[in-house]
Design a protein around this ligand. Structure first.
Ligand SMILES: *[C@@H]1O[C@H](CO)[C@@H](O)[C@H](O)[C@H]1NC(C)=O
Ligand SMILES: *[C@@H]1O[C@H](CO)[C@@H](O)[C@H](O)[C@H]1NC(C)=O
Ligand SMILES: *[C@@H]1O[C@H](CO)[C@@H](O)[C@H](O)[C@H]1NC(C)=O
Ligand SMILES: *[C@@H]1O[C@H](CO)[C@@H](O)[C@H](O)[C@H]1NC(C)=O
Ligand SMILES: *[C@@H]1O[C@H](CO)[C@@H](O)[C@H](O)[C@H]1NC(C)=O
Length: 344
């Protein structure tokens, strides 16, 4: 987990953004104005954080950076500021009211775990007297606000596709996604997967890869990622009802293991970093995995919304096209746009 744990507070705010969209208002004029919610930067905001880990009784120990002795606090005080509009402040009561009788599920790796943990703490802190229940098992955690009947789940599937025990070892099966059974019927699904595809040696949780009943000792990880993601895309297209469910995909997070990228010659990765990068574009340039995500999502029939926090998920010259593509998909299915537009 390491570095990603530190960003838990801030990143949950990003996932909440789409749910705030219909509260954003533009000027009352003729025509259209749009705001790309992911075009923006981190700003210091002294009214943050949105929750104090001390007030979140169920926070998992690895996420409680303050209790674990992290000396600095300023990292808790940043929020995203879109370039062309302001977002309303997160309001837990309002959120619970909008999501009453609904279910939200984060699926994927530790990025999703971070988001699940942060969202449950943010909500609990705003309604500390509302009864909740929490059930955890190996790969599924279920948090419920009983009065509102809101369920927030986390399903741990770092690859999204299956890992299957076979007699000669553990197979990463690129074209099988049995665990999808658990994701059916949920009202809001938020997926993430990437960095586990890179692990080798002891951190690699499989012994061989299977695809179309062929067995491979290993393969180019970007190719494997693309194939696995396509399996997920086909699953979403054929199993999720766009009239009922919002599907989000969290963009590929930068590896931030090379501090030279942001001009610190003597640092080791994000070790001891105390603040986010302030520019609107990650100085390391686009990651090849981002192009894979963009390519797979564009071929889908389902209007998946990409949580594009890196600002460069598609090559610059391609940006406008994909922006329009999102708009078109959004209009077709009546789902909320990530690019928020309003008449003026
Ligand atoms: C969280 O609350 C505790 C106890 O009230 C307080 O000591 C601490 O400074 C707070 N932390 C932050 C980051 O506000
Ligand atoms: C909670 O919401 C679900 C989904 O709408 C519904 O099936 C269930 O009956 C509700 N439970 C209660 C106690 O209201
Ligand atoms: C696979 O086998 C290992 C040990 O042999 C076990 O711990 C694990 O739970 C098994 N996984 C599945 C998905 O059956
Ligand atoms: C793999 O083999 C099984 C059993 O022989 C068969 O049922 C299945 O259709 C095959 N899958 C693919 C993708 O070829
Ligand atoms: C979604 O709703 C539209 C309009 O009500 C309808 O035409 C379409 O068949 C529905 N799609 C599904 C998958 O139910």
């Amino acid at each position: 987990m390491g570095g990603s744990v530190h960003t838990a507070v801030a990143t949950a705010v990003l996932v909440v953004i789409p749910f705030l969209i219909d509260q954003i208002h533009g000027d009352d004029n003729h025509g259209m104005r749009c705001c790309d919610l992911f075009e923006g930067r981190w700003v210091f905001d002294d009214s943050y954080p949105l929750y104090n880990s001390t007030d979140c009784p169920f926070i998992e120990r690895p996420f409680d950076c303050q209790k674990n002795g992290r000396p600095d606090k300023l990292y808790l005080k940043y929020r995203r500021q879109p370039t062309s509009c302001n977002l309303p402040r997160f309001n837990g009561r309002d959120f619970l009211w909008r999501f009453r009788r609904k279910s939200i599920m984060f699926v994927g790796d530790s990025l999703s775990l971070n988001q699940w943990q942060s969202l449950t703490c943010m909500l609990h802190t705003t309604v500390p007297h509302v009864t909740y229940s929490l059930a955890r098992s190996n790969s599924l955690s279920t948090f419920k606000f009983l009065v509102y009947n809101v369920t927030v789940k986390f399903s741990r599937k770092p690859f999204l596709v299956d890992i299957v025990n076979e007699t000669n070892g553990r197979a990463l099966v690129l074209d099988s996604i049995q665990s999808g059974e658990r994701w059916k019927g949920i009202d809001t699904l938020i997926f993430s997967t990437w960095h586990w595809w890179l692990h080798t040696d002891r951190k690699q949780p499989w012994d061989f890869i299977k695809l179309a009943n062929h067995t491979y000792k290993d393969m180019d990880r970007l190719v494997a990622f693309k194939r696995g993601l396509r399996t997920w895309a086909i699953w979403v297209d054929s199993n999720v009802d766009p009239n009922k469910t919002n599907v989000f995909f969290q963009g590929v997070s930068p590896d931030h293991d090379n501090a030279k990228i942001w001009g610190e010659m003597n640092s080791r990765g994000c070790w001891r970093q105390q603040r986010p990068l302030f520019g609107s574009i990650y100085p390391g340039g686009p990651h090849p995995a981002e192009a894979v995500v963009a390519k797979v999502l564009r071929k889908m029939a389902y209007p998946v919304l990409l949580l594009n926090t890196n600002n460069h998920i598609v090559p610059v010259e391609d940006r406008w096209t994909s922006f329009q593509l999102w708009l078109r998909r959004v209009t077709r299915s009546r789902l909320q746009p990530l690019v928020s537009c309003w008449s003026y």
